[in-house]
Every structure is written in structure tokens, then in C-alpha cells.
Design a binder for this molecule. Structure first.
Ligand SMILES: [Zn+2]
Ligand SMILES: [Zn+2]
Length: 126
């Protein structure tokens, strides 16, 4: 494996880890470009696929028209989607009693919760 490939990958991992929530590939490119100036969007997609295959990164589908990526080791958490700036923020904690919503006799295996609204930056810049 070449050093160049390793540093592209580690730069991508670093920006995903330092983010306050899951990132779109274009955001990853913009944040990682200062670290690895030769980086292109095709490389970002290729590395994201490899990181997913390696189990280091997972795709988050919030039901909007894009997929964002986050580390797999972040533990149980949810997301807040800002409808004004389109950024997604991790929410730590869970909804009390959410498991009780499963119908009787159903085998509950997990849940996703996405809150929508405006982030603090957007509510104060009005
Ligand atoms: Zn916002
Ligand atoms: Zn939860």
C-alpha cells in the first residue's frame, strides 16, 4: 500500500471523526482537501466504500436525498437535521419508552430517530 493512499484514507477518517454529525461526501472532500490537496470526489467515494467494507464507517440514511457517513463506534445515538442549513448533528441520548411502541408480538430489533428543525446557528441568524 502506498503512503499516498494511506494518507488520503487517514485524512478522510479524521474529518469524519472530528465532525459533529454524519457528513456528505462533498463535505468530506471540502474538509479533507486542506490536509490532502490532491484529493478528489472519486477518491472520497472509493475510500468511503473501503471504510464501510472494513466496518469503520457506516452510511446514515435520514430519508432525505443524500447519504452521510459517520464512524461505526459512536454508540447508540440519534440525529438532528437542520432544515435551514441542511447540516446533521449527533444527539446523545434516546427517547424514553421508545421500545414500548412496538406492537405486541413483534420482535423489535432497533430504531432510528431523526429530529428536524433549525440548529442554534440558524435560529440566531434570523
Ligand atoms: Zn442550521
Ligand atoms: Zn435510541
Amino acid at each position: 500500500m502506498s503512503n499516498r493512499r494511506t494518507s488520503q484514507r487517514s485524512a478522510i477518517v479524521r474529518v469524519i471523526r472530528e465532525a459533529h454529525g454524519p457528513l456528505r461526501p462533498l463535505e468530506i472532500l471540502n474538509l479533507a482537501s486542506p490536509i490532502v490537496p490532491s484529493l478528489g470526489i472519486a477518491t472520497v467515494y472509493r475510500q468511503l466504500r473501503r471504510l464501510q467494507d472494513a466496518g469503520e464507517v457506516r452510511a446514515v440514511d435520514l430519508g432525505v436525498n443524500d447519504v452521510r457517513y459517520e464512524p461505526t463506534d459512536r454508540g447508540h445515538h440519534h440525529h438532528f437535521l437542520c432544515r435551514a442549513c441542511d447540516e446533521v448533528f449527533d444527539i446523545h441520548g434516546c427517547a424514553e419508552g421508545v421500545a414500548k411502541l412496538a406492537p405486541p408480538g413483534f420482535d423489535l430489533q432497533g430504531h432510528e430517530i431523526t429530529l428536524y428543525g433549525q440548529c442554534s446557528d440558524c435560529t440566531t441568524s434570523k
